[in-house]
Design a protein around this ligand. Structure first.
Ligand code: ADP
Ligand code: MG
Length: 716
């Protein structure tokens, strides 16, 4: 048995003597409400940091990743810690005598770059090569410039290198002062109440909350600190999952759905005869899951994830047809008119000759049509409605809505979802299926959509592989790449050349809109270069965001019609170009794009019958580019993406709920998350409303932490 780190209880059973001799702890939480013993100025600074009282102070643990600020959020004069990556680094002579050269680095996080200055340490030039991830502590002096006082690589920092083991502090209250305060209040840790039920703590062999906090402040080894962090991370993940599952339990206990349990006369015939293709195994599995789920009174709440073209609409249509064959109605709500129209067309096509009356309702449906439609909906004559937000307006009344499908659910707010729910007859709730084309990594999906059951469609229906992807580095490979493009073009195919994102550091004047202009300049330059150089025997067109609407249309039309062989473009081509004859894409400085963006970009080639190719110009060492070369599954890539950008508060992770945690680090804490999920599910299954006496403290704390989530639907 391994001995537990100091400060934690062992896992063995204590002897009777030991038990009798153990100190009795009687926490008195009111003592934690004391203000901090500080002079008025410093107290103000403490309050500004959120350190209102002793309890807040003790919960202000060092080295939590939330300490780090993002570059974009720094304000002049602020002392802060940031997690950044070195982009470039150079030294500069200083004119004053006796001073060693300055080292200046361009560093960046997801919110942008800045210039970091290191004084008197010329050797850093060799140590912090571009690509190194650093923890920097220092002062943001404004004008995109940061004076570094402490620094370490992220590895050093994580393993407890004490240069950066400090507290989030401010100008008026230093990290050292905070540490002194925490040390002075150490005894108060005993007044912290553990809200987790004793039985649960015993079963999972969890340390007490106070011991975990103590370990984080005063732990002597990295391992001890880490154990403390894990304990606190588990607790916060547990509460987050409890909030989600409690909400779902409340919904489940509310109005029942229509159980759709009869034999599927319509759906069976439809699958057998009307569908022009065979369902993929993923689609079949999703349909089977839905068949069982819709048969129950418990309203289905399922998230169906699948990339564009994975065949979500077919699955959604199955669910809707289940409603219809039971004499009820179904609705599909899309976020835009275009999407609603597309769904309507797809559904019409997929229905073949099945006698289902369906209608389309959007903001631009003419009033007379709309009036007839509403009447037919109220009478039940129309059984399937596709539309936009227009279909949740008050005037829209269904006779008997049983299944609702919400496409791209994250774009709808809570109120719209609730309004759709309310379209079911009184005393009933609809079964709801949410669709999203964003492949969400498992950990993220559990945190953000943990109140929904989840299904993934990973298989590609057409069996058409994504473009074979290669990383192109160096002049020889680049020359070969243009040869390959020329071969494709001579064979009558077409090509995209995607121009790089221009980085802020390269802009002469980093003003708003300067990026787009620089982008356009870069694309224009590349267009001219290729037209006179490697691709001079072909017809090229140029497309970028600064062109007028007419010019853009003309360029796209020429390319779509095959009148141009090559489209040289900025990322504007990400949206909606469908040219099946385009078989090759070359992306310049591909390492500047995110994984998902590259994956989307290459989705633009290989839409036809021919084999296709994606050439990523960039360093062979780039993990992101290699991931793209190796994987074509968007879900796999999303997982890799999350793992690669785990440090810091990155765009995307913050928006999607992983950044909401103080202690948990996802996806690293994946196994903690799964345990927390399991544990929360067991608690809620046994006591859905948390009414048992042993759950009193738990329920209280849940309301404190997630009050809003607990009493309202979670923000969609
Ligand atoms: P999504 O909504 O996930 O983007 P759709 O359901 O709109 O995907 O399907 C994309 C296209 O693929 C549609 O034209 C659809 O008819 C077709 N499709 C769907 N499933 C299959 C399948 N199993 N085999 C062949 N084609 C399919
Ligand atoms: Mg679709």
């Amino acid at each position: 048995m391994t001995t537990p780190p100091k400060g934690f209880a062992g896992t063995g059973s204590p002897e009777r003597e030991q038990l009798l001799g153990a100190a009795v702890r009687t926490p008195r939480p009111s003592r934690l409400r004391r203000p901090l013993a500080l002079a008025p100025k410093a107290r103000e600074a403490a309050v500004a940091l959120g350190l209102d009282d002793v309890e807040k102070l003790l919960e202000h643990v060092p080295r939590a990743r939330r300490e780090a600020r993002t570059v974009g959020a720094l304000s002049p004069g602020e002392t802060a810690t940031v997690l950044v990556e070195v982009r470039s680094i150079a030294s500069r002579a200083v004119r004053r005598r006796g001073m060693r050269p300055l080292v200046e680095a361009t560093v960046a996080d997801a919110t942008g770059p800045m210039k970091a200055t290191f004084f008197n340490q010329p050797w850093l030039l060799e140590r912090y090569r571009p690509g190194t991830r650093l923890v920097l502590h220092g002062k943001y002096v404004g004008r995109n410039s940061f004076r570094v006082s402490n620094h370490a690589t992220t590895e050093e920092a994580a393993s407890g290198g004490d240069e950066v083991s400090h507290y989030a502090a401010s100008e008026g209250l230093s990290s050292t002062q905070i540490f002194a305060l925490v040390s002075a209040e150490r005894a108060a840790l005993r007044d912290i109440v553990d809200t987790l039920p004793a039985r649960l703590r015993a079963r999972l062999a969890l340390a007490e909350r106070s011991a975990a906090l103590e370990a984080m402040h005063f732990g002597e080894s990295a391992r001890e600190v880490e154990r403390g962090r894990e304990r606190l991370a588990f607790e916060e993940l547990l509460y987050a999952q409890l909030a989600l599952l409690a909400r779902r339990a409340r919904e489940d206990a509310g109005a029942p759905a229509f159980p759709l349990a009869q034999e599927g006369s319509l759906t069976e015939r439809w699958c057998r005869e009307a569908l022009p293709f065979r369902l993929t195994a993923d689609q079949q599995a999703a349909i089977e899951t839905l068949r069982c789920e819709l048969a129950a009174e418990r309203p289905a709440q399922r998230l169906l994830m699948g990339e564009v073209g994975s065949g979500k609409t077919v699955v959604a249509l199955y669910a809707m047809l289940r409603a219809i064959e039971h004499g009820h109605q179904a609705a599909l709500m899309a976020p835009t008119e275009t999407l609603a129209e597309q769904h309507f067309a797809t559904i019409q096509r997929l229905l073949g000759s099945e006698p289902v009356t369906l209608a389309l309702l959007t903001g631009s449906t003419p009033p007379a049509r709309r009036a007839t439609l509403l009447a037919r909906l109220g009478s039940g004559e129309c059984s399937l409605l596709v539309g936009t937000h227009a279909l949740i307006e008050d005037a829209v009344r269904f006779r008997s809505l049983a299944v609702a499908v919400v496409d791209e659910q994250h774009r709808f707010g809570v109120r719209q979802r609730t309004a759709l729910q309310a379209k079911a007859p009184a005393g009933r709730a609809p079964h709801v299926l949410h669709l999203t084309a964003t492949p969400i990594p498992r950990t993220l999906a559990l945190c953000e959509y943990g109140d929904l059951d989840q299904t993934r469609l990973r298989e590609r229906p057409h069996g058409r592989p994504t473009a074979a992807t290669h990383v192109v580095s160096g002049e020889r490979e680049r020359a070969r790449a243009y040869e390959r493009i020329a071969e494709e073009l001579r064979a009558g195919r077409q090509a995209f050349v995607v121009c790089p994102l221009v980085e802020a550091s390269e802009l002469e004047e980093p003003a708003v809109g300067a990026g787009a202009a620089a982008q356009a300049r870069a694309a224009t330059a590349e267009f001219e270069r290729l037209r006179a150089g490697e691709l001079r025997e072909f017809r090229l067109v140029l497309l970028h965001g600064q062109l007028g609407h007419r010019e853009k249309q003309a360029a796209m039309a020429a390319f779509a019609a095959g009148e141009a062989d090559v489209l040289v473009a900025t990322t504007v081509i990400e949206v909606g170009i469908d040219v099946p004859n385009a078989t090759v894409m070359l992306i310049e400085n591909a390492e500047r794009f995110g994984i998902s963006q590259l994956h989307q970009l290459r989705g633009r080639v290989g839409r036809g019958e021919h084999e296709s190719l994606c050439l990523l110009c960039g360093p062979k060492s780039s993990p992101r580019l290699n991931a793209l070369a190796r994987h074509d599954d968007g879900f796999e890539l999303a997982e890799i993406d999350l793992r690669l950008r785990k440090e810091g508060d990155l765009i995307g992770t913050r928006q999607s709920g992983v950044g909401q945690f103080q202690f948990a680090r996802l996806p690293d804490d994946e196994s903690l998350l799964f345990r927390a999920r399991e544990c929360a599910a067991a608690v809620i299954a046994a006591d859905p409303r948390l009414e048992a006496p042993e759950h009193t403290l738990l329920a209280d704390r849940l309301a404190d932490l997630h009050g809003e989530i607990a009493s309202h639907p979670i923000a969609a």
